[in-house]
Design a protein around this ligand. Sequence first.
Ligand code: NOJ
Ligand code: CA
Length: 680
Amino acid sequence: MLKRLLSLCLICSSAAAQTLSVTSPNKQISLTLSDDSGSPEYSVSFDRKPVIESSKLGFIFKAQPELSNVLKIVRLDTSSRNSNWEQPWGEQRVINDHHNELFVELQTQDHRKLNLRFKVFDDGLGFRYEYPQQTNSEKIEIVKELTEFKFADSNDMTGFWIPAKGWNRYEFLYSKTPLQNASHVNTPFTIRSTNGAHISIHEAALVNYPSMTLKQQRLGTFQADLIPWYDGSLAKLQGSFKTPWRTIQLASDAKGLLNSRLILNLNEPNKLGDVSWVNPGKYIGIWWEMHIGKASWGTKSNIPHGATTENTKKYIDFAAEHGFDGVLVEGWNKGWDGSWFLNGDVFSFTESYPDFDLPALTNYAKQKNVKIIGHHETSGSVTNYEKQMNDAFKLYKDHGVEQIKTGYVADGGKVKRTDANGVIRHEWHDGQFMVNHYLESVKTSAKYQIAINTHEPIKDTGLRRTYPSWISREGARGQEFNAWGNPPNPPSHIPMLTYTRMLSGPMDFTPGIFDLSFNGLDEDANRPQTTLAKQLATYVVLYSPIQMAADLPENYLEKKDAFQFIKDVPTDWEKSIAVDGEIGEFVVFARQERKSKKYSGEDWYLGAVTDNKARTIKVDLDFLEPQKKYIAQIYRDGEQANWKTNPYDLVIESKQVDSSSQLTIKLASSGGAAIRFKAI
Ligand code: NOJ
Ligand code: CA
């Protein structure tokens, strides 16, 4: 338990410095806040070893005096909490929130105020600034947030990161470098120390504020670098504000980061009320055929239009026959002809192409108990989208569409909007303007009981807890890069995503490509650089409440045995446990299905994937319910499998197991294993 500090008002003389500390419930993490140096600084230790050394806090404003120097602690309050809460859908139904809290009021000599709130959990900590109203509803423009993360022993640390402020948003390959070579990074930023500490820096509850990136100011010291507006200012606020939580997840091994629920715990509870209309599930779609050049989004190229009534019916039939919930249709609406990624202003979100009959298709789907999944590509022309949003959501709502995939294909810094005076401005995808736009799209669609899956999104910061209709998002290199990316995603990509991007929340990666040689098997051809077993394992490894079976229906019919796993695997979980792994190298996840109309809740699933290196893993099945017997339906790499020359070698076998069993599984080079433990 937290040592109860002072909870009364402390009127400190300006001379009396304060040093306060809070520990995690299990005492492994300790946070210290001090105003010794005249300005507030915090430090963090893990297992009694320093992780973050005295690091600065505070702000520089455009108009108001800066809040950093001569800022003293004048009052503090502490509290603790240990409670459970339930997710409507998720990787885990019941989440435990156990933390100790420290709230501190700081003041300058001329009585300007800044409050800080810290929450310390066993899996890390978060802190946020709470800026109270100082004078009447003043306008506040932040020109710098001074938050620092000064890593202790940074010479011994390795960073796993993607660059910040890049042209391709978050769609970059991850780099693994000495920490000191990470100059300007996006979060989640994953770090490993030779002393065993595994660290992730991120943020939670990013609302009405710019996204935080991290810039290495001096070796080992990273400073918050907020994404600016078009005019260079960082945050435009009024009166009072709360920043997102700045988060530091800490674990003694790699899997510990995956088992952390810190980001969700720092978000506010559901604000949408009844969300029974938000449905996890699996979908197929008119999608991959465009990415591999077999069909087109538009109607004027020499490649056939994908989103025709006839083709959509074929997909609906396939979905109905094989138990899929949805069919995504891209390219159904006017605006795709020409260079659609440069011409977002001409998209209509209510008018279909003449060869696509929305009412007939939604009716047809309804008869077959399948839902059409809507699609809104904006190409980053946000004002054009905002103008049409309500009509567009209403149209889909009227036809029973309950999920929309949105898209914001535009280079970083090039999102286009028209301001109140009719002037065109270009914004970043992760500046305050777009942070607000993305959330607004979710809130507005929720009024129509429509859930949103954002592509080219703002990074996830756990807002699915507060807005559970924000059902998934992209925000990293997905499967599409294997169709046309240069280079395609390498063998390390999925294990790397697991310990970086996935720490922020669900990803619509779109696994399940079965034709791995649509361009042949040349090493440098565009194709998934994985085995078939790894495509299956990805359904368990990369969590999303909606999962696509991304390949063409005919490719599934050719490999019906392997397809069975995709048909069986659920997307909503009672429990998720990362069992084993190393950052960027391999990972093993076990998940228990959540009880629902379709699932008994008794089966478990396991997914294991490796990078280029073939390896043998041993998995104790002690996560299974004791005394219960299961048939393990195993989909694993065959003896000859490897991603380069023999990606299809797949063995499907069954074994009876229980919680005392151990499985030894060989993973091929860029291979995997997918297992259903069917309770008997
Ligand atoms: C990029 C998305 O990630 C992809 O899935 C989609 O097909 C295209 N935009 C077109 O909207
Ligand atoms: Ca994309």
